[in-house]
Design a binder for this molecule. Structure first.
Ligand SMILES: [Zn+2]
Ligand SMILES: [Zn+2]
Length: 271
């Protein structure tokens, strides 16, 4: 059974000690991975891993929480405090030249969760600027966009309507109506381990058209049962597949094959 983990971060600090073993385990289990950058450093790391392993592909981009000075600082991601970054096309252009296996731009998008009220407007503006710059960059290179969107679906839909493009809404946690709007615009929806333990999210994954679905781990985060609470890894994408397949009343093999084909189409993977 082959699977594609369409969104993981095996280039993050969480795997500093054992990235090779983690990737090898996934490859042994027929998992192809897209490892995703969140700023220049992690985007470079993603490209490096893609060059090292056949079944690893990379996405490069600037995450919305790294567009702001006091953004989320995660010790699993980096071993230094991230600085505020602006999306510089020339810098990402240079990263793009380092690998033929960069298959998407992102993660980019809008994250309105826990914005400080005193600077909310300015921060939303910075995220919007970084997002639209990455949509233009993706278009120029004919690549899909990986969207990160939290508490901001109405604004995200406006950006897509304005900018066009194609891609995927990763780690979807919105409503069925919100998902449907993206699907109607031709975008794909990716579900993570959240779909296995949050009933409402699982129900959305159970109802959407099969040809709009892909799956992911978002590792090292969002570990599905039976390993919930531990560090996540791409090998566990099968638990996301099992849970959604069960909900849809289909075999995990058939669901795996359908979502793998969708991922191949989305990222134009040579599989
Ligand atoms: Zn994300
Ligand atoms: Zn991510």
């Amino acid at each position: 059974m082959r699977l594609v983990d369409t969104h993981c971060h095996v280039g993050f600090k969480a795997y500093a000690e054992d990235a090779d073993a983690v990737i090898e385990r996934a490859i042994q289990d027929q998992v192809t991975m897209v490892t995703v950058g969140t700023q220049q450093t992690t985007s470079k790391a993603a490209a490096t891993l893609a060059n090292k392993y056949g079944p690893v592909y990379a996405s490069i981009g600037l995450h919305p929480t790294h567009t702001i000075a006091h953004g989320f600082n995660d010790t699993q991601e980096l071993d230094f405090k991230p600085k505020q970054e602006v999306f510089h096309a020339t810098a990402y252009e240079a990263i793009l030249q380092t690998s033929k296996k960069i298959v998407a731009i992102g993660e980019t998008g809008l994250d309105y969760y826990r914005l400080p009220p005193e600077s909310e407007k300015a921060m939303k503006r910075l995220q919007w600027e970084a997002t639209t710059a990455q949509f233009a960059f993706a278009k120029a290179h004919d690549l899909p966009v990986i969207i990160h969107c939290r508490d901001a679906h109405a604004d995200m839909v406006s950006v897509i309507k304005e900018q066009g493009g194609r891609g995927v809404i990763h780690c979807f946690t919105g409503t069925y109506e919100e998902a449907k709007r993206y699907v109607e615009m031709g975008w794909m929806i990716s579900f993570s381990g959240i779909a296995t333990f949050a009933k409402e999210v699982g129900e959305v994954a159970g109802k959407l058209p099969l040809d709009s679905l892909v799956i992911e781990t978002d590792a090292p985060y969002l570990t599905p049962p039976p390993f919930r609470g531990k560090r996540n890894e791409p090998l566990y994408v099968k638990y996301v597949a099992e849970s959604i397949a069960h909900r849809r009343g289909m075999s995990v093999e058939a669901f795996a094959e359908a979502t793998t084909r969708n991922a191949i189409k989305l990222f134009r993977l040579p599989l």
